[in-house]
Write a protein that binds this ligand. Structure first.
Ligand code: PDD
Length: 284
């Protein structure tokens, strides 16, 4: 597999990142995951805007975000991969320098890495839904930054896997924040609910797309803190994300969500989402 590292396209086995890279030592970096659908890098501008925002907030000096779609396209070509059912992963760290907490010398170049890999959402899971668990949100107070510091997310997701579930929905002070790598929605009394944007959650691109789709469909939405009790009593629960799209949740901590089947609003959103992303392919 050919990957991109600091301006060069190299075989992954030949890609060398020094051990004093701050991404390795401190998880001092930000990343993005963008997906191709039918030749299009889906919502590329929104993902790149979030990356620029993360770079600004972390004060990592990388000004090449505009180049990344071209880098992604070249990665597909060099790997003989189609611009569909693939994702682009991009990571930018503060570069390699002698280990010290404060920023290195201003001349230290950031490390910029990108690769492509297949990404498809299980049609079986999209159709039948998934099980999730709840767990304490043990992350830091800047979850709005798409940082590579994902240890709390990793631990939460592992708990889900060990419980035979697919995702971990995180709770903070009795409120739903988000899941380990997706956004959380609930439908109650016909209103689509999700946590408001704040430092406690990532501004999911799919979250925004789905809220916009609700507006188009005339489905009322409310971006307002969602309590654990509201989640447990919701008529429908679903997750959104680049990897899971619009994913019905049918079991929560081992109990069925409502009647244990994907709900009508979730289904409608899945259909419209699929129409927007896939031209000429069926969802299930
Ligand atoms: N995860 N919340 C968290 C904590 C996430 O890590 C993600 C995405 C989302 C959904 O964001 P978006 O709709 O922009 O993909 C929400 C990526 C895909 C990952 O870590 O692999």
């Amino acid at each position: 597999m050919v990957v991109y590292l600091n301006g060069s396209f190299v075989e992954q086995s030949a890609a060398r990142i020094p051990p004093d890279d701050r991404g390795f030592l401190f998880a001092d970096g930000v990343y993005e995951v963008i997906r191709w659908y039918d030749g299009r890098l889906w919502e590329a501008e929104a993902h790149l805007a979030r990356l620029r925002d993360g770079l600004l907030k972390t004060r990592i000096g990388y000004a090449g975000a505009d180049e990344l779609p071209r880098v992604g396209r070249e990665l597909l070509e060099r790997n003989g991969a189609p611009a569909d059912r693939m994702r682009l992963y991009v990571q930018v760290t503060r570069g390699a320098a002698f280990r010290a907490h404060a920023f290195p010398d201003r001349a230290t170049p950031p490390t910029v890495y990108a690769d492509v890999a297949p990404m498809d959402t299980s049609s079986d899971e999209l159709e039948h839904g998934i099980a999730v668990i709840t767990t304490a949100d043990q992350r830091w107070a800047r979850c709005d930054i798409k940082s590579t510091s994902l240890l709390a997310n990793v631990l939460a997701n592992q708990l889900a896997v060990e419980a035979g579930a697919r995702e971990a929905v995180m709770l903070k002070d009795g409120m739903v924040t988000e899941a380990s790598h997706s956004s959380v929605f609930a439908v109650a009394d016909g209103v689509v609910r999700t946590a408001p944007l704040s430092n406690l959650i990532l501004a999911g691109i799919t979250r925004r797309v789905v809220l916009d789709l609700c507006d188009e469909l005339g489905v009322p939405t409310r971006e307002f803190p969602l309590t654990e009790a509201e989640l447990r009593n919701a008529g429908e629960v679903f997750l959104t994300g680049t990897s899971c799209e619009v994913m019905p949740v049918v079991r929560l901590d081992g109990s069925p969500v409502a009647d244990g089947r994907p709900g009508a609003v979730t289904r409608r959103l899945q259909e419209v989402f699929a129409k927007r992303t896939r031209t000429g392919r069926t969802l299930f």
